[in-house]
Design a protein around this ligand. Structure first.
Ligand code: FEO
Length: 163
């Protein structure tokens, strides 16, 4: 059985993952509207991944005898100032999520809930990869210095799984 505190923090994570999915969906839709087909695909794929993360939390909570709550979702921004800003916002968001995952790890240890501690390790690794992946994109944008967006947009999907 999950403790009340653990159930609460896991349900809060469901909400964070679904918001992340919405945020990336908003970025995908914005990029598509800008004619940035590759960047848009990257964000659509990211949005799907976040939905899968949400599903993993829902199913884990229920498997452990808790009640997973499907939350309302806040509206993400409709507009983004530019590609670089969208990826900067992505990195900032992933860092926030990493902090939230770390809080679950800490609680699992505190409560000696080793099943949750073991299960959450997948997310510890996933967050490391996601931060690395977004940072890699930001580094490439930095190298381009505001130029070569056409080539960047054409090639970005090949960067998926590179990290
Ligand atoms: Fe599911 Fe990117 O955090």
């Amino acid at each position: 059985m999950l403790s009340e505190r653990m159930l609460k923090i896991l349900n809060e994570q469901v909400a964070k993952e679904v918001y992340a999915s919405h945020l990336y969906l908003a970025m995908a839709s914005w990029a598509e509207g800008q004619g940035l087909a590759g960047i848009s695909e990257w964000f659509y794929a990211q949005s799907e991944e976040e939905r899968e993360h949400m599903m993993k939390f829902i199913r884990y909570i229920n498997e452990r005898g808790g009640n997973a709550i499907v939350p309302a979702v806040d509206q993400p921004p409709k507009d983004f100032p530019g590609v670089r800003e969208a990826f900067d916002a992505s990195l900032e968001h992933e860092q926030m999520v990493t902090g939230a995952i770390n809080d679950i790890v800490a609680l699992a240890l505190e409560e000696k809930d080793y099943a949750t501690h073991n299960w959450i390790q997948w997310f510890v690794e996933e967050q490391r990869e996601e931060e690395d992946s977004v940072q890699g994109i930001i580094d490439k944008l930095e190298l381009l210095g505001g130029h070569g967006l056409y080539v960047f947009d054409r090639d970005i999907m090949s960067m998926r799984g590179e990290h």
